[in-house]
Design a protein around this ligand. Structure first.
Ligand code: PLP
Length: 405
């Protein structure tokens, strides 16, 4: 990657051509210093020094690659960028201070006033607010559509449309769109397809291989996986990411070296954690489906899920998030949540610890009643982010919830 390599680091590192995502997760992107440390080093430094005035001039002019200032390049951050880029199959990645700033940087760098976004209705709530309230102020309009209807995406396009934005599976109802089909639409109309791949991670789904142009992550979720740090990343072609990098350099939505180091350590265990999340979520979804007090379970791993076959085609696992409706209304949902002891009552997801959330009053609480209705966020809906504890222990805990109904 062109961005920077300091001459103080050497890279006695094996070729990673053709290796699998599990190997990339542990090994890709490491920059070893002259100390030959085994684990990645943290570089908590704001700036870098030069051997001569000539070298400083060459660095600043771009004639010589290398670090200048940690607002835009830092070796620890670069290791994280190179590792996630390798895992997503991207030419380049740009790390950011949060998932939201990854989305902001992508839009500000690649869109301009007058452009139009078509966005899935079922995206992270703050993404809705960013697009409507803030990008809207600068003349970028957004139309929200049903994620699963390719016809709805197509009929929402205007002459000004530049970007399609989506998450699949969606939060919290686990709807899935056929990424190849939506990528074909994007290619036909010359639009940027941006996929927030937070729920699947590159371990379960690689949108760039299916025709997306950009993949975004909230690294805060599964990439860290242990609920410690806020961060984000944008992955794509060198051409597009150079634009995003330019915005990062000028705006300072920068990831800290310490957070990058935590995410590097998180990535090393990502493949085995994702497998554990998927196995537990599948067992829980099946168990919940058999309970008389549960009205409906939403999880793409269930054969009854309307997009089960699409999910099975484009994902190598169904993920760790699922939701379900209890029989009843808000009171019953609250009773269920309050009866669990192991599950943490929190809106965070993608953690090794299982979490339980009432979307209508938390993550989706800011939506209007109409918008909630359209998105299927009913008062009796509960979302689980299934962790990697023992599945039987988790099911025993959910039994307490069922017993409270
Ligand atoms: C959490 C989340 C975000 C925002 O990420 P932050 O790191 O909290 O800024 C974006 N998209 C999805 C799908 C998320 O779950």
């Amino acid at each position: 990657m062109a961005k920077s390599k300091s001459d103080s680091v050497s890279i006695p590192y094996p070729s990673l051509e053709g290796v699998s995502v599990e190997t990339l997760a542990v090994r890709a992107g490491q920059i070893r210093t002259a100390e030959l440390e085994h684990s990645e080093a943290i570089f908590p430094t704001s700036s870098f020094v030069y051997n001569s005035a000539e070298q400083a001039a060459a660095r600043f002019s771009g004639a010589e690659p290398g670090n200048i200032y940690s607002r835009f390049t830092n070796p620890t951050v670069q290791m994280f960028e190179n590792r996630i880029a390798a895992m997503e199959g991207a030419e380049m990645a740009v790390a950011t201070s949060s998932g939201m700033s990854a989305i902001l940087a992508t839009c500000v760098a690649l869109l301009q006033s007058g452009d139009h976004i078509v966005c899935s209705r079922s995206v992270f709530g703050t993404t809705n607010v960013l697009f409507e309230k803030y990008l809207g102020k600068f003349g970028i309009k957004t139309t929200f559509v049903d994620l699963t209807s390719i016809a709805a995406w197509e009929s929402s396009l205007t002459a000004a449309t530049k970007m399609l934005f989506l998450e699949t599976p969606s939060n919290p109802l686990c709807e899935v769109v056929d990424l190849e089909k939506i990528a074909q639409l994007a290619a036909r109309k010359d639009l940027l397809l941006v996929v927030d791949n937070c729920f699947c991670t590159p371990v379960l789904q690689k949108p760039l291989e299916l025709g997306a142009h950009i993949v975004i992550h909230s690294a805060t979720k599964y990439l860290d996986g242990q609920g410690r740090c806020i961060g984000g990343v944008v992955c794509g072609s060198e051409k597009l990411m150079t634009e995003v990098f330019g915005f990062l350099r000028s705006s300072g939505v920068t990831m800290s070296p310490f957070n990058a180091w935590v995410f590097l350590k998180g990535l090393e265990t990502l493949p085995i954690r994702m497998r554990a999340h998927c196995e537990n979520a599948q067992k829980i979804a099946e168990w919940l489906s058999e309970q008389a007090q549960i009205e409906q379970v939403f999880y793409a791993g269930l054969p009854t899920h309307p997009q089960h076959s699409v999910a099975a085609k484009q994902q190598s696992g169904f993920g760790g998030v699922l939701s379900f409706r209890v029989k009843g209304a808000r009171a019953e949902a609250f009773s269920f949540i309050n009866a669990t002891e192991l599950f943490s009552i929190t809106a965070n997801l993608g953690d090794t610890k299982s979490t339980i959330t009432h979307p209508a009053t938390t993550t989706h609480g800011r939506l209007s009643d109409d918008a909630k209705q359209q998105a299927g966020i009913t008062e009796n809906l509960i979302r689980l982010s299934v962790g990697i504890e023992n599945a039987t222990d988790l099911i025993n805990d959910l039994q307490r919830g069922v017993n409270a109904l």
